[in-house]
Design a protein around this ligand. Sequence first.
Ligand code: NI
Length: 188
Amino acid sequence: MKKRKANLLPIRIVGDKILRQKAKKVEEINDEVLNFIQDLTYTMYETDGVGLSSPQVGKSLCIFVVDPYWYREGHTKEPYVFINPKIVELEGETESEEGCLSLPGIFEKVPRAEKVVVEATNPKGERKRYTAEGLFAITIQHENDHLEGILFVDKIPKLRKMLIQRKINELKKKTDKNGVNIAANEAK
Ligand code: NI
């Protein structure tokens, strides 16, 4: 692939209608899709994320990228790109504090499966099967939910949701008449 400078994509915030839509399947991995993956990956690192899904940058496509450990000492960047992912197995239970670039300032404990087996196509067009656990498994479930229009706050106990509803409403206030809500720290 030709060298191309990656773009920082603006992050969509809760209240933006695209975050509630079901993402479309990728039919063909062409240059446009590959360029988008490059931008999505770049944006994840630039915003200090461990995962980022396409709807979060305003594109309704079944693609997300995950790199759960890159910021830790002794780790290098190793992005995993999941195209048309399908979770085929969930095992065990765990709970940990999650945040989301589309819900800035909100952190809540979310119940998840401990282990996940997921099938997905990589950017080379190969269908692969991944077995993940720990933070990797949690991030995959979180990002995969985005493709279904699900946010992590949908999965927390009702009482907790009530307590943070005001914060969510504050974020939603910035949504414009077209249902778009772009982060303040968007692309310069
Ligand atoms: Ni998220």
